[in-house]
Design a binder for this molecule. Sequence first.
Ligand SMILES: O=P(O)(O)OC[C@H]1O[C@H](O)[C@H](O)[C@@H](O)[C@@H]1O
Length: 544
Amino acid sequence: MSGETVFVERCKGINGLDKVVLREVRGSSVEVYLYGGQVTSWKNDHGEELLFVSSKATFVPPKAIRGGIPICFPQFGSQGPLELHGHVSSRFWSIDPDPPPVPTNSLNKACIDLLLEHTEEGVKIWPHRYEIRQRVSLRSGGDLMLSSRIRNTNTDGKSFTFTFAYHNYFSVSDISEVRVEGLETVDYLDNMQNRKRFTEQGDAITFESEVDKMYVSTPTKIAILDHEKKRTFVLRKDGLPDAVVWNPWDKKAKAIPDFGDDEFKRMLCVEAAAVEKPITLKPGEEWKGRQELSAVPSSYYSGQLDPKKPQAQQEMGHKKMGRLDWQTFSQAQSEAFAEGEAIGLQGMINGFGLGQSFVDHVSDPGLGPSSKAPLGQLTGQVEDPLVARVFELLRQSLVSPSSEGSSQARTDRRQSPMWSPPLETGPSQRQPEFNSEEVCDPGIASGECLPLVLHPLAMEVVDSATVGVRTATKIFAGDAVPDPCQVSAWVLSQIQEISSLLGVSFVGHEAEAMRLFSAIEASWRGGDQGGKQLQVDGHHGKGA
Ligand SMILES: O=P(O)(O)OC[C@H]1O[C@H](O)[C@H](O)[C@@H](O)[C@@H]1O
């Protein structure tokens, strides 16, 4: 690959409307129209479109763009006196000249901050003054993050109340092949029955007719599984307690002018929302909400299986994955999570090709003990060979020296050459079969916890030349600085990423860390598990 990636580019889109394109080195991209402040495209590193935009979308103001991610504010749906979904998706946003600071350790290079303020015209319709700041970030693993801040700028002392949604239109292969997980047993208000309240049944949601439901107080994570595409979208949200699920189906589709008659088959809206309990802001107050979207191969998703489906069918779509419970994390991790940084852990795990199988459990921040105590406990059963293998690699790399017997063992390991041959990860070395009874470690089988004693995050800023990679987090020190000719840029970046996202330093564990990530990389490059091949720029450590 030649040429530098332009992470953020402003250009003209359909009908000459201004848009901003975000790119990430591995090839993912996002497009955001200033009209509506609306994301209209999110592509993965294979260039596949992940969002639905109708072929009949007009891209002509004042009509909102049909598809992508419209913002609903100050009113969701028809819940109030305003036009459906409020008015901000038919307004021209600007690029925020004074955006909130980006965290110094952030790995997001592709990010744009948009701003929308009330207009005096608008005040006649909704008598309030406000400011909405929206950050759209394309994270290093290809995840799409939207975060919004809404401020009441009324000067007359009046509070205002609003509802809000990210009206996500996901692109799916065929709606009859899709199911949504995470909303089972959750209460919903059915928009098709005057918002009457029901409780969702215990099964994952599938689609056979029109659906327009507002699920209230949902879990923070919802998965949309597309069997045919073998793709799972994961929606994570914060500050947005509710979720709307909408598909117009055939009849309603025909009645929507900017929507193709058959397009209901290829889309599903699962919207992160605050609708049941409207939010009130006093003058000067600010509300924050955000969502992160990931798209991962379904074969790596650890979602609950539908007990009603025949086993053969389940295996076609979803391999049963291991359950890992990472019960505690360092304080740094908890704090990072609170700051919204740890959510990116998913991107890192996706980088391993594990999709949700670790994230499901790892991303629960837990409440770490003091940072002097073992930082984590990893227990569980591992049923998938690839997950088992990486799990084992992780365990080997992160395992406490004390659990390996003597401090001599640790010293020996530390004196081993920086570049140890990668652990064997070829097909013949993988555990051939795991059944539900088998586990990769006897300690895990008996439910014993493995203490992880990586050091708490060393937040010291070191000179980028010293670490050989661009980072503000101390990862390597002194003689342990790796020779970039010996490990790939991907390995360095993953070490960097896991270090900052987990809130740990690898000092004292450099060789194991490099061995671990190199082995994972080698495994991916060998890729006989249906995992995609890594696409690594500057393989020999030239950096991206
Ligand atoms: O046609 P729109 O204004 O874009 O609204 C499309 C749909 O959005 C939401 O999902 C609402 O719950 C639906 O009631 C509405 O029909």
